[in-house]
Design a protein around this ligand. Sequence first.
Ligand SMILES: [Ca+2]
Ligand SMILES: [Ca+2]
Ligand SMILES: [Ca+2]
Ligand SMILES: [Ca+2]
Length: 363
Amino acid sequence: MFLKNYRENPRSLFTIFAVLVTVLWCGANITTNAQTTPKRVPMDFTGDGRSDWATIVIPTAATSPLRWKVTGNPAAPGPNNAFQRAFDYGLGSDRIVPADYIGDRKTDVTVWRPGAEGIFYVAQFPIGTGGITLDRAVRWGTTGDNARQGGDYDGDGKADYTVVRVNSTTGNLTWFIKNSTTGAERTVPFGTIGDADTAQIFPGADFNNDGRDELVFVTAIEDTGVVTYFVGDAITGAGVMIRRFGDYNTDFSLAPGDYTGDGRADFVAIRQSTSPATWFINDSATNTTTGRPFGISDPGFAGGSDTPIRGDYDGDGKFDIAVYRRSNATFYYLRSSSNNTIVDGQKAGDPGDTPLAGFQVNF
Ligand SMILES: [Ca+2]
Ligand SMILES: [Ca+2]
Ligand SMILES: [Ca+2]
Ligand SMILES: [Ca+2]
């Protein structure tokens, strides 16, 4: 399952394409260069290398504001002294696409507004006591496009403005990428939904540790539950990796991230048919999978239990197994820095909030 509460242009992506399109892939011939740019951490609004505790209230009305709530991680200088900021930014009809577009290692509060000319509205997170102010508005994409949280597709340390367009006849995907530094624009054809029942485009992730994110999307066949990831080069559109992993009917599929610490993003499927839920992580480099129980499962995908989330909450450079418990507004995670033996967490937000790093906002 990865389309629950899907908010981005579901019509084009839900379409079942009868035409099977053959795509040539270059295979998994991956070269590795020393990585020079530190990895960006999701939802790190303060820039200290740890994901912050961030939730959002998504209104039902398209014209009502989005309410963002961010609690700093760690709680400094001591427990229960975490700073908290809550502010309205964007509208219910906007896409929620926070990432570091400015390049200061801090996640920017960002939405994409559909329109004849789509616009990314980027604001720096208000660390001080002032309100939030717009930093820049960048025209890119158009209504019907799928805006993404962005990836750093050229390795300059900044997320790039990215929308993905689905050809309604062929199911082919075209990625429109605007460089955050130079404004240079490029169009990269990569992948097709083919005969899959459903698909989701994920934020970019680095699969070969060269400091440059790859393009990522996933498809599913509902009858069989087969979930297939497609990873492509963000410059050439050449295929980098295809991997079947997880079961659409029993698992939440989170966007890939590096859980093993080798600089390469890994695949994640959180099985909801077990109690507790089981986090299966597929090491993308070795194609080996480990399973670990964590969190209250949600076998009906009703959204009332623990919501799996992404991020590095202990700041050791590895993603952590983590959930947001909506009933008591508390984040829980396994410290990867302690070999996943210690559960840590923080109360933040309010009961019923949506975690920013969860699948509801397409992570
Ligand atoms: Ca970039
Ligand atoms: Ca890469
Ligand atoms: Ca890895
Ligand atoms: Ca970690």
